[in-house]
Design a protein around this ligand. Sequence first.
Ligand code: FES
Length: 159
Amino acid sequence: MNEDALQSALENPRNLGEMTDADSVGTVGSPDCGDMVRMWLKFREQDGRRVIDKATFQSFGCQTAIAVASLATELIRGKTREEALQLSAEELSAPLGPLPPMKIHCGQMVEGALKAALEAEQGNPPSALAPPVPQGPTLADSLASAGKSAGRIRIVMES
Ligand code: FES
């Protein structure tokens, strides 16, 4: 990961804050860490196309999520809904370089918030989205289920 790019995005985060006149808003939380990103989108007509005029975000998350969200809100300006829907978490976080494995979900969370906002703009409920962040069991779930199966283990004493 490019630490300089991360620092510069954090020192001067772009488009941070709520947008009161947004056309749509999307929110995604990460089951991995409990963090959350919300993104607002405003559209405009340009040459007969409806493009993203402005995007803002709030992040209740780690620094990587804040940096990716900041970069993403810049990257998607001027794009149509369809163009923005094509963007992957890797593309949104590209200036930061490849994210370390434990930070990949941070980028996926931003991608999820963007897609949720894009879907909401079409009047679709956010639940119609494919989950952008793996919905696998949390560590707590894994521990709980491990505990349950442990309860089924029978200890047989050898004679
Ligand atoms: Fe969870 Fe980055 S968003 S650690």
